[in-house]
Design a protein around this ligand. Structure first.
Ligand code: NDP
Length: 249
């Protein structure tokens, strides 16, 4: 349980990558300012987080199950937090989807929006009443540079992040008068399983009905240059965790 003076921080998608690192960084804060509720949809994946948290596990870091695509799971998770009191919500969970629109089913596109857009909306709706009542809170959303700029064959992922940017920009204005902050973080490339999965998707990618010029541009220009950018400028989850820590301080 949080000590008085400690901020309760709930983070989504902590089984790997950025979410895991944010959870560990905040739980190991030298001044012990945070009580971290690290959530993941499948607690069987907790080992990496528990190992990285070390002594902080069970002290400044606890675990709860949470699938941001399920109303019931979101409700249950927040009900499990003492007094439903969350000072800082970090919406990190997200999925990517790479490929030409021609080869992606509407069902797959909806899954991306369910996670990246409605997942965030669900969480905000659930924590907002208590934050408004207490006239205090901070909501952080992990967007992406692709929430600001479209990228070839990332149409659906980009659209989901653009939608979230629009939603949050609008919400921020309404939340301001309740003293609730809403911050967006827009990372460029970060070395996580997200990147690995993207590269696997590229290897399997088919281009039915896509014109030859677009395919050539993707394979010969876009892909090699993005791999170069990843190698030269790719950040680590730790970089994003430190940035997040600064944002909430
Ligand atoms: P990872 O794939 O390593 O992590 C994604 C996390 O989201 C996993 O813990 C995953 O859980 C979780 N997740 C997916 N669906 C759900 C769900 N329905 N409910 C709860 N959790 C879920 O990727 P990253 O760490 O790189 O990505 C984290 C965030 O950062 C995402 O929002 C992504 O869009 C954003 N981002 C990433 C960039 C990058 O280059 N890596 C760049 C810019 C932004 P599970 O293990 O169960 O699948």
């Amino acid at each position: 349980m949080a000590n008085s003076g400690q901020k309760v921080v709930l983070i989504t998608g902590c089984s790997s990558g950025i979410g895991l690192r944010i959870a560990v960084t905040l739980a190991k804060d030298e001044k012990k300012r945070y009580h971290v509720i690290a959530t993941m949809r499948d607690l069987k994946k907790k080992d990496k987080l528990v190992e990285a948290a070390g002594d902080a596990y069970g002290k400044t870091l606890m675990l709860l199950p949470l699938d941001v695509c399920s109303d019931e799971s979101v409700r249950q998770c927040i009900n499990n937090v003492k007094d439903r009191h969350i000072d800082i919500l970090i919406n990190n969970a997200g999925v990517g989807l790479l490929g030409p629109v021609e080869s992606i089913s509407i069902e797959e596109m909806k899954r991306v929006f369910e996670t990246n857009f409605f997942g965030v909306v669900r969480m905000i709706k659930e924590v907002m009443p208590d934050m408004k009542k207490r006239r205090s809170g901070h909501i952080v959303v992990m967007s992406s540079v692709m929430g600001l700029q479209g990228v070839v064959f990332n149409d659906v992922y980009t659209a989901s992040k653009f939608a979230m940017e629009g939603f949050c920009e609008s919400m921020a204005v309404q939340l301001m008068k309740f003293n609730i902050r809403l911050s967006m973080i827009e990372p460029g490339p970060v070395h996580t399983e997200f990147e690995t999965k993207m590269m696997e998707d590229v290897a399997k990618m088919e281009y039915p009905g896509v014109d030859a010029d677009t395919v050539r541009y993707f394979k010969d220009v876009y892909l090699p240059s993005s791999i170069d950018i990843f190698e030269a400028m790719g950040q680590t989850p730790e970089d994003i965790a430190q940035c997040t820590k600064k944002v909430i301080e």
